[in-house]
Ligand binder design. Structure first.
Ligand code: ZN
Length: 174
């Protein structure tokens, strides 16, 4: 694994964190790092369950934000395309009025992750209902909804990197 690959998965993170990842990889401990911290898978597999999960956070923390029209898993969102979540406001004319339909799409990748990573991406997309850019206010809102947000985001990147590395390696025993 190259340092360039680490930088790709951890853009904007300080060099000492890049070094930490490289060390874990060298010791072959990336997989253990995730398994030990996040042993729990979640049961949210349907779009209906995802909507409810998302809406609970929204009702608790963003009561005044517009109603979510649709929340669903999308298997077109991938790491390769650099998008794991999307939020859109589609404007449609309805009864002579322009109405924005709020949609949140979550990569289907999150069906198979620990609960914490699904929480992280849901909180991230919800925060975009109020804050457009990835600035200080945005991350403060994320942490308001999930105090461990920053850790979960970092660890989710570790998880993604580990998956990418393992996909690239041929099976040792066939
Ligand atoms: Zn974002």
């Amino acid at each position: 694994m190259s340092l360039q690959m680490i930088q790709q998965y951890f853009p904007g993170y300080p060099a000492h964190m890049h070094a930490q990842i490289l060390q874990l990889h060298t010791q072959d401990k990336l997989g253990d790092y995730i398994r030990q911290r996040y042993p729990q898978a979640h049961m949210i597999q349907s779009d209906k369950a995802l909507y409810d999960f998302c809406n609970e956070f929204k009702q608790r923390y963003l009561k005044n934000a517009p109603l979510l029209d649709k929340v669903y898993f999308d298997n077109r969102l991938t790491v390769e395309r650099q998008t794991l979540g999307l939020n859109t406001a589609i404007s449609r004319v309805q009864g002579g009025k322009l109405k924005a339909k709020k949609e949140i799409r979550i990569s289907a990748f999150f069906k198979g992750t620990p609960t914490e990573f699904l929480t992280m991406i849901v909180v991230h997309e919800l925060a975009h209902l109020k804050e457009r850019d990835h600035d200080k206010a945005f991350y403060q809102l994320c942490q308001h909804m999930e105090p461990n947000y920053m850790q979960y985001e970092f660890d989710c990147r570790v998880h993604l990197l580990w998956l990418a590395l393992n996909k690239a390696q041929p099976d040792a025993i066939t």
